[in-house]
Design a protein around this ligand. Structure first.
Ligand code: FES
Length: 127
């Protein structure tokens, strides 16, 4: 087991603060990459990687990047659902890493939905 260095403690502390904020609903947004078999086959891993790179590049601390299973639209994968606090979720379809990066910058960080990539607003559970 590697030793913990003093600089590691700052990282651990920051990660705990960030995840606590998100658990308590104080985070800015949640980004869900649909990573079922169909999503992975269509390239969901490249979408996840692109989003992780954006979070790292922008030094974002209040966005939760997570995964879920199939959203029921295999033919429109890769898909991502963006849930910005106090807004209805938005599902994005037929993504590429470039599209995912644009969604991250425009919707997650700036609050403006990227309409040309969006399937619809709201949760399928409400329909
Ligand atoms: S696995 Fe994607 S719709 Fe069933």
């Amino acid at each position: 087991m590697p030793k913990i260095r003093p600089e590691d403690l700052d990282k651990i502390s920051e990660e705990i603060r960030r995840t606590t904020l998100l658990r308590e609903g104080a985070g800015r947004a949640k980004v869900i990459v649909h990573m079922s078999t169909c999503g992975i086959a269509a390239g969901a891993r490249t979408i996840m990687k692109a989003l992780m790179e954006e979070i790292e590049r922008e030094q974002v601390k209040d966005v939760l990047l997570t995964t879920s299973s199939c959203a029921g639209l295999c033919s429109r994968e890769p898909m991502v659902t963006v849930e910005v606090q106090d807004e209805p979720p938005v599902k994005y379809i037929d993504l590429t890493p470039e599209k995912a990066k644009r969604i991250f910058t425009q919707h997650v960080l700036s609050g403006e939905i990227v309409k040309e990539y969006a399937l619809g607003l709201g949760s399928e559970r409400l329909l």
